[in-house]
Design a protein around this ligand. Structure first.
Ligand code: AHR
Length: 517
């Protein structure tokens, strides 16, 4: 058969919920992410609300961003939150030693971040400073954010103009403590995380999900050290675990750390290597999950991939410390591969944050002065929003999966996942092959369905195979890569089974919607 994918989905066997927080975003004080990307200031000619630019907010609302992680990243472990509250003219200037060594004026602080979350209708993920901060700073910040009475920090917040506390969902206990967050050993960090977690209290009815800063890539020993702390307190009679989530970070870097490769100028071999590396996220999620299963079989503690995405060389001529890179169809396909891995591992993996939301690494939007564009990755997120809080449906491959030998491994050339929610089925289909279309067939059993639309993201029709993966949006042509209707799709029903068949263009990501009848 010429089918690149021949699969079966049982509609009446819903799997775990795909937590909406798997579609989280990340905004660090890094380059032009917070400053310029979100914050333009109250005197800016760019349309804004309270200094926060509205074009970016309006675009991101299309993604239904479930949570936003801030202020870092490496920056979090040098950030002292008191520098960013109170009258702006009184705030101290600080050096951002991690990212370009630029001096910041702290115009964007706690109140501005929470105002941004309110504008985006998203839940905050605040990361504490464990590397260079104190436990008292952590305790005070939580009190400032969430306490609703006359306690000292709640009173200070009121003096700064905010009466009600904010609901805060996630609270990170430092970041990359094995590196920029202190060069700590796992056992050193575990002790510090226990301490900060204890003083990051649930106040005034707010319940924090505390995220312990986890491993780099496949450092499973780090995860095990953290899970040992948690398991001492797990069990039916025990109080809630010290941390509600353990994170890890994994970036897709086609080359080496020193020469990562261009975001837009790459050959087919580099493209396929990028896809192989993106696929690795699946093995990493499973590896960390297996360690956690041994200590927490009921999955009370979540796995969080709170930094992921492509990392290329910066755009020529831009400041190396600002991590500004273009974003092509290759990036969108990397995202699609990640989403499928997330959906397949949704029982344990319940939080993820792409790095980063605007102007940094694998961004959703890019800005230049008053202009803004949506990247191909933006569109992949928008097309996948229907998976948020849906039940995962296993896609059983029965035959003919296309594969390609890449760097000595067999890489599937089609990636897929499916979910169901409120009578609506969403099937994601990705063809990684830049040189050939892919024919796919999915048999749908255990329910009857009607077609409800299909969308595809790919380079403009007629693009050659190089352009199929390098296609991107520019400020001159901001909609060169944009979703369009997928017309090469059909649904036939015979007896109790429907069959979805589609031809996916080269290097494309498609979503097919079906209504349960
Ligand atoms: O996202 C950029 C940086 O990558 C983050 O600050 C850090 O946590 C990671 O190394």
């Amino acid at each position: 058969s010429d089918l690149a994918l021949d699969a079966v989905v049982d509609l009446d066997v819903p799997g775990p919920t795909i937590n909406r927080h798997l579609y989280g975003q990340f905004a660090e004080h890094l380059g032009r992410c917070v400053y310029e990307g979100f914050w333009v200031g109250e005197d800016s000619p760019v349309p804004h609300e309270g200094g926060i630019r509205l074009d970016v907010v309006e675009a991101l609302r299309e993604l239904r961003v479930p949570n936003l992680r801030w202020p870092g990243g490496c920056f979090a472990d040098s950030y002292h939150w008191r520098d960013g509250v109170g009258p702006r003219e009184d705030r101290p200037r600080i050096a951002n030693v991690h990212w370009g060594d630029v001096v910041e004026d702290n115009a964007f602080g706690t109140h501005e971040f929470l105002a941004l979350c309110e504008l985006l209708r998203t839940e905050p993920y605040v990361s504490a400073n464990v590397g260079s901060g104190t436990v008292q700073e952590t305790a005070d910040w939580v009190e400032y954010l969430t306490r609703d009475d006359d306690a000292p920090m709640a009173r200070l917040r009121r003096e700064h103009g905010r009466g009600e506390p904010w609901p805060v969902t996630f609270f990170g206990l430092g970041n990359e403590p094995w590196g920029c967050g202190g060069n700590l050993r796992a056992d050193q960090y575990a002790s510090l995380a226990r301490l900060h977690s204890t003083y990051a209290r649930d106040l005034s009815g707010n319940t924090l999900q505390r995220v312990a800063a986890g491993a780099n890539e496949d450092d499973y020993a780090w995860t095990e050290t953290l899970m040992k702390q948690v398991s001492q307190r797990l069990g039916d009679e025990e109080p809630a675990p010290l941390f509600q989530a353990v994170s890890f970070h994994y970036y897709t870097i086609p080359g080496t750390w020193g020469a990562k490769g261009s975001a837009t100028d790459f050959d087919h071999d580099t493209y396929w290597t990028t896809m192989r590396k993106a696929h690795r996220v699946r093995a990493l999620i499973r590896g960390h999950s297996a360690v956690m299963d041994a200590y927490d079989p009921n999955a009370r503690v979540a796995l969080a991939l709170d930094e992921w995405g492509t990392w290329f060389d910066v755009e020529p001529g831009t400041e190396p410390g600002f991590l500004y890179q273009q974003n092509t169809m290759r990036d969108a396909l990397v995202a699609a591969v990640h989403f499928d891995a997330f959906h397949d591992n949704a029982r344990r993996l319940r939080l993820a944050n792409v790095a980063q939301v605007v102007n940094v690494l694998q961004a959703m939007v890019l800005t230049e002065g008053a202009c803004m564009l949506r990247t191909p990755t933006f569109h992949a997120f928008a097309m996948s929003a229907g998976h948020q809080d849906a039940s995962a449906l296993a896609v059983h491959d029965v035959a003919s999966r296309g594969t390609r030998a890449v760097d000595g491994t067999d890489l599937p050339t089609v990636s897929t996942s499916a979910s169901v929610k409120d009578g609506s089925v969403l099937v994601s289909l990705t063809n990684l092959d830049p040189a050939a279309p892919a024919r796919v067939r999915v048999a749908l059993r255990g329910g009857s369905v009607m077609p409800d639309g299909a969308t595809v993201l790919a380079a403009p029709e007629g693009a050659g195979s190089d352009d199929a993966v390098r296609a991107h949006n520019t400020f001159d042509a901001p909609d060169a890569v944009a979703p369009r209707e997928l017309t090469t799709v059909s649904l036939t029903t015979t007896g109790a089974q429907s069959t979805l068949e589609a031809t996916l263009p080269p290097a494309s990501f498609a979503t097919v919607r079906l209504a349960l009848t």
